[in-house]
Design a protein around this ligand. Structure first.
Ligand code: CP
Ligand code: NVA
Length: 326
């Protein structure tokens, strides 16, 4: 028998009150629970937003040190559709760590709101908000991880390749081409935990975080899967079910733009690279994208692209997380 969204929220005791500072916080079973809930919320969106309001009377603070389109809008819409309210605090409003210390901000916010969604430069800011506050914290992108993105990404993969009631990623392969950044770190961890093989092609010196890589390899081995790092994009793309890329210069790294453009030459996702992946492969990009740099327009806007489904899924994955935890 299908569980209703209400049943699933009621059975989510293990996730209630939890932080999401990174994919590191989640077990394989918890990730599957969030993905299944996201798929159901998406299928039942009209019914849910009228009848199921688990955040009624609750308010979240959205603390952003960096710009955002997708993350800000999808969190605000998610909170509204779940019956709650959001207070958005732009980079200039709080000036985290400058006007006021992070522990003081966390303690003050905890007296007013039911949770904090934070987009930060230093990952430490997210973990400090969680440590010094008394309400759940969600990482909306830090320099180390982008867990909400990874949940939406794997939801998109599940929609294309898996049974929604029993998503099984075994036997699937994701190729990530480019910078071993926050998006790559979270993607590597979620693929490892779900048993989806992943090959990252990064220029030398731009590999993912070494501690997270060790952790991901350990998790992948437990699922009889593997995480591989290569320097050749063509090799990474062979036989892939999904090909993913992100910008070469992330927010906060603007001074390195020129150096990075040189280092990443040859790491573009284009039609030639896609010809090495499976013919059924999808193309993913967290966005914003730079056409003609990390990805060719013909691929980003072509028939294999799943980028808009992926960006829509930010809404459903985050709604699932909020519904299950708050
Ligand atoms: N993918 C993503 O996080 O987009 P924004 O930076 O626009 O939020
Ligand atoms: N790696 C990018 C992702 C943007 C959503 C950045 O951190 O800027």
């Amino acid at each position: 028998m299908l569980m209703t969204t209400e049943d699933e929220v009621l059975s989510a005791g293990n996730l209630r009150g939890r932080n999401l500072t990174g994919i590191t916080d989640l077990t394989r079973e918890e990730i599957v629970q969030v993905l299944k809930h996201a798929l159901r919320l998406k299928a039942n969106r009209q019914h849910q937003r009228v009848h199921i309001r688990p955040m009624l009377g609750k308010t979240l603070a959205l603390v952003f040190e960096k710009p955002s389109l997708r993350t800000r809008v999808t969190f605000e819409v998610a909170i509204t559709e779940l019956g709650g309210s959001a207070v958005y605090l732009a980079p200039a409003d709080i000036q985290l760590g400058k006007r006021e210390t992070v522990p003081d901000v966390a303690a003050n916010l905890s007296g007013w709101v039911d949770g904090i969604v934070a987009r930060t430069f230093a990952h430490r800011t997210v973990t400090d908000l969680a440590e010094y506050g008394s309400v759940p914290v969600v990482n909306a992108l830090s320099d180390l991880e982008h867990p909400c993105q990874a949940l939406a990404d794997l939801q998109t993969v599940a929609e294309r390749f898996c049974d929604s009631e029993n998503p099984d990623f075994g036997g699937l392969k994701l190729a990530y081409i480019g910078d071993g950044n926050n998006v790559a770190n979270s993607l590597m961890l979620i693929c490892a935990k779900l048993g989806m093989a992943m090959t990252l092609a990064c220029p030398s010196g731009y590999e993912p975080d070494s501690e997270l890589l060790s952790l991901a390899r350990h998790e992948a081995a437990a699922q009889a899967s593997n995480i591989e790092i290569v320097n050749d994009p063509g090799k990474a793309a062979i036989g892939a079910d999904a090909v993913y890329t992100d910008v070469w210069t992330s927010m906060g790294q603007e001074a390195e733009t020129e150096r990075r453009a040189k280092a990443f030459a040859g790491f573009q996702v284009n039609a030639e690279l896609m010809s090495r992946a499976k013919s059924t492969a999808i193309v993913l990009h967290c966005l914003p994208a730079h056409r003609g740099e990390e990805i060719a327009a013909e691929v980003l806007d072509g028939p294999q692209s799943a980028i808009l489904q992926q960006s829509e899924n930010r809404l459903h994955a985050q709604k699932a997380w909020l519904a299950l935890t708050l």
